[in-house]
Write a protein that binds this ligand. Structure first.
Ligand code: PMP
Length: 408
């Protein structure tokens, strides 16, 4: 990886630490590239020309395949006419209409750029509506990188999160207890679509928990806020808690919404319409019409091709095939959460040594997995991609078996 090493060295000089945030490849085993030069369909190519079948999908934004023709034509034709200017284009209204039609909990939509914009706006709207301060968040849940929610509080003040109180996901008693503790100052209960914390087994919300969150928000006149940034459009086209029959007051969306183009949305119901209108949330690029055209094309296509069913079918194939391999080789492997947002964690692997060996071996065989973060299927993955992935995972499991049975 000569070119990658060169770029890392140059980056080190002009970019603090060479890279920041969740895409910093220093968090991954050394054989993972930092820099890429091409992406098409489900294939990504690093700057040294190595090609991989991607199971990270840009950490979620890619859902129809990189450079999807339909989305790119929509994006390009809007961009050629008008993108970011003094006000939004017609497409903003069309996109809001499509989201309101698609998402049963939504009576309105507003747009921004990143997931953090959307979660932050949800919290702001909840506080503006309720005139209360406290926001309940699940311990360990990720909602973005703003001072109020960043998982690494270096550089923030205690006051930034003074009104954040944590509960345990799926634990009704803990949620009820913190609700009681905040009394009449509850602005909102923030929930993830499911428990998708890095380095942990994933957990779907129980119906009991979802119902309790809804009921506690109602009893306290507070907002139930669904952070659907990561899982949105992959579990259910109408919102990730639709299968549970529990509708949030406010939802945050981003990632898959524009198939890789920079767009986020807040959707909400009529109870929060006035507050959404009052709060001042904005950004120079939030009305970018080209990204909105991309989002319009993305959501239309996701619906038309029933993308979720495809992702579920292929995700299931990957999970079943991998589990059969692990069973045959005799390795304790845990695959949890929705098959279309898989995570693969090894038993007795606190330092992720097995996970690192597994994923670096797969990487050598042209399959880009993640050792400790949930992954993403897309509608562009095919049975052939899964078959190739399963060859790579077999090599990965064999490497783990060899190395770790020798040690024990
Ligand atoms: N919420 C969740 C659940 C996320 O997964 C993310 C991004 N990983 C965010 C919020 C923040 O989104 P962004 O990085 O686009 O600001």
């Amino acid at each position: 990886m000569i070119r990658d090493a060169e770029l890392r060295a140059r980056a080190e000089v002009v970019i603090p630490g060479g890279m920041w945030g969740h895409m910093n490849a220093q968090a991954l085993p050394p054989s993972y590239p930092q820099f890429f030069k091409q992406a098409s369909g489900v294939l990504i190519k690093d700057v040294d020309g190595n090609e991989y079948i991607d199971f990270i999908c840009g950490f979620g934004p890619m859902i129809l395949g990189y450079n999807d023709a339909e989305v790119e034509v929509a994006f390009e034709s809007q961009r050629a006419r008008l993108d970011a200017t003094n006000g939004p284009a017609e497409v903003m209204v069309e996109l809001a209409e499509l989201l309101v039609e698609t998402i049963p909990a939504a009576d309105w939509a507003m747009f921004s750029k990143n997931g953090t914009d959307a979660t932050t706006a949800c919290v702001t709207i909840a506080r503006a509506q309720t005139k209360c301060r406290k926001i309940l968040v699940a311990k360990g849940a990720y909602h973005g990188a703003a001072p109020w929610c960043t998982p690494r509080p270096d550089g923030t003040t205690a006051e930034d999160r003074a009104h954040l109180i944590s509960y345990t996901f799926n634990d009704v008693a803990s949620l009820a207890a913190v609700c009681a503790q905040v009394g009449d100052d509850l602005a909102g209960i923030l929930v993830s679509a499911f428990r998708h914390d890095a380095r942990h087994d994933q957990e779907m919300p129980t119906l009991e928990f979802a119902n309790a969150a809804r009921a506690l928000a109602d009893q306290n006149n507070a907002a139930l806020i669904l952070d659907d940034v990561r899982a949105g459009f992959r579990i259910n086209i109408g919102g990730s808690w639709e299968p549970l029959g529990v509708r949030p007051d406010l939802s945050a969306w981003s990632k898959a919404l524009g198939n890789g183009h920079a767009i986020a949305a807040v959707t909400g119901n009529n109870r929060f319409r006035d507050a959404a209108q009052r709060v001042f949330v904005t950004g120079s690029f939030w009305c970018g019409a080209a990204s909105m055209a991309a989002a319009l094309a993305t959501v239309q296509k996701l619906k038309r091709i029933d993308a979720i069913s495809q992702m579920v079918r292929l995700g299931d194939m990957l999970r079943t095939g991998l589990q059969a391999q692990a069973n045959e080789i005799g390795i304790g492997l845990r695959q949890t959460g929705p098959v279309q947002l898989p995570i693969m964690l090894f038993d007795d692997d606190a330092d992720f040594a097995k996970g690192n060996l597994f994923t670096t071996t797969a990487l050598r065989h042209g399959v880009y997995l993640h050792p400790w973060h949930n992954m993403f299927l897309s509608a562009a993955h095919t049975e052939d991609h899964i078959a190739t992935a399963l060859i790579a995972t077999k090599h990965g499991l064999e490497a783990v078996s060899q190395q770790f049975s020798q040690k024990s």
